[in-house]
Design a protein around this ligand. Structure first.
Ligand SMILES: [Zn+2]
Length: 176
């Protein structure tokens, strides 16, 4: 896993880039949930579900089909969120799908079941540039934790910040 903070950077960047007209606070809150939700499978480790099991860590909840289903379900709430359905689907899909893809950039653990439930094969992306985060949060307060945060800053936070600033500049130029 990457740290929860880095997964949340994606919906925060989308919100900043697109602005509150497209991403009202209610949609941002749901997008934050969608970005963090896949790691709910870490609970399975404590319940005795093996890491490599389809329902194990980095299994089905980290897959792209799961992200599509989650975004689809969330889109049903679009009217209540005060957001456009298409924008809602897109923001939730990017937020949810980014979780597995960011984890697929890490250099530890098992791969990500990106195609589950259609295939249980585990994948990494060709660039495993992010230091894998320890599963125990307390281990983040160590030298290794600093290495993890430094690599996430470089490969997640800085690109997210760039997207946010680019979106804000483009919206400014468009006079919105
Ligand atoms: Zn994860």
């Amino acid at each position: 896993m990457a740290t929860p903070l880095s997964h949340l950077a994606v919906p925060l960047a989308l919100t900043a880039a697109l602005g509150s007209d497209i991403v009202p606070p209610e949609l941002m809150a749901l997008a934050l949930v969608c970005a963090a939700l896949p790691d709910i499978d870490a609970l399975g480790l404590w319940l005795g579900i093996p890491y490599e099991h389809p329902f194990g860590h980095r299994g089905i909840t980290h897959s792209l089909p799961f992200a599509v289903a989650l975004a689809g379900a969330g889109t049903l709430l679009a009217p209540a969120l005060g957001a456009d359905p298409l924008a809602t689907f897109a923001v939730l899909l990017v937020s949810a799908a980014s979780h597995g893809l960011i984890d697929a950039l890490t250099n530890g653990g098992l791969g990500i079941a990106l195609l589950s439930p259609f295939s249980h094969q585990r994948f990494f992306l060709p660039w495993r540039v992010i230091e894998v985060s320890p599963l125990r949060p307390s281990a983040l307060f160590s030298r290794r934790g600093l290495d993890v945060l430094r690599s996430e800053m470089r490969w997640v936070w800085v690109p997210c910040l760039a997207v946010a600033i680019l979106g804000m500049v483009l919206r400014g130029l468009a006079g919105q």
